[in-house]
Design a protein around this ligand. Structure first.
Ligand SMILES: CC(C)(COP(=O)(O)OP(=O)(O)OC[C@H]1O[C@@H](n2cnc3c(N)ncnc32)[C@H](O)[C@@H]1OP(=O)(O)O)[C@@H](O)C(=O)NCCC(=O)NCCS
Length: 227
């Protein structure tokens, strides 16, 4: 099922919720969280796994807590019990995104923030750079830069991190066999899903509350704190 969820972190998890969510996370995620520094980074990384489980529970007809998530040698998460089900996670600022599909998939979201346009000179293929500088205002160029950036990251993440060519020679405006679907459904945030599915995914925006509801939809039990 090709779909994408964009979670707005409208509030951070309380300590009790964080502890509860941590106890439900995969062992690998718990180890990686232990290495992370910073409250926001930990919350984003944990919410990424919760959102993935929320997205997968109905599709896989498996309670969210019982879905086994492992990571391959390059760090890409996968589902050992469901080789036909693929997903990918991304987070930036106050947003976390997940995409699911029956084919390998990559997703990248970025909160749009000030960036030097020289990134396009260093990292982008000629057609991608030309696209950025075809925009007339600085603001539109920054937006275009993040559009291309998220296409590149989504492609790399679909491939699992190993592309065999440099980022610069990766021309995401002229590719065969994969499709890029934009997920700019919120102002100030842009992103792409990279998939071999031509049709665009259904994209839904969720709050923390919505995510907990979806997580528990296959089995009651997640205690949501009153806010
Ligand atoms: C692995 C990589 C793709 C993650 O991208 P990112 O933008 O840093 O981070 P995102 O928030 O989009 O994605 C992080 C999630 O991707 C997933 N992920 C990790 N490794 C992955 C891999 N090899 N392949 C696919 N997905 C991966 C994980 O779910 C991870 O979540 P976690 O950190 O909470 O466990 C990134 O570190 C990387 O190597 N990017 C290429 C670097 C680059 O030079 N880009 C320039 C483009 S112009």
């Amino acid at each position: 099922m090709y779909k994408a969820l964009l979670l707005h972190i409208d509030r951070f998890l309380s300590d009790a919720e964080y502890g509860d969510a941590l106890s439900r996370a995969s062992p690998g995620k718990r180890v990686r969280l232990g290495r992370l520094r910073g409250h926001a980074a930990k919350q984003r990384a944990l919410l990424g796994e919760l959102l993935a489980r929320a997205a997968l529970t109905r599709w896989l007809r498996t309670p969210a807590d019982e879905i086994i998530i492992k990571t391959d040698e390059r760090g890409k998460p996968y589902l050992p019990d469901f080789p036909e089900a693929h997903f990918n996670v991304s987070h930036s600022g106050r947003y976390v995104a997940v995409a699911t599909d029956t084919e390998p998939i990559g997703i990248d979201v970025e909160e749009i923030r000030p960036v030097k346009l020289s990134v396009a000179d260093r990292e982008f293929a000629p057609a991608e750079r030309a696209y950025v500088f075809s925009k007339t205002t600085h603001q539109d160029r920054v937006h275009a830069l993040f559009d291309i950036w998220t296409r590149k990251e989504a492609y790399v993440k679909r491939e699992g991190g190993g592309i065999g060519v440099g980022f610069r020679s990766l021309d995401t405006l002229n590719m065969q066999g994969v499709y890029f679907h934009e997920i700019s459904i919120v102002s100030g945030v842009t992103g792409h899903v990279c998939s071999s599915t031509r049709k665009a995914p259904v994209i839904s925006k969720l709050s923390i509350f919505d995510m907990f509801e979806m997580y528990s939809s296959n089995k009651r039990g997640f205690r949501i704190e009153d806010t």
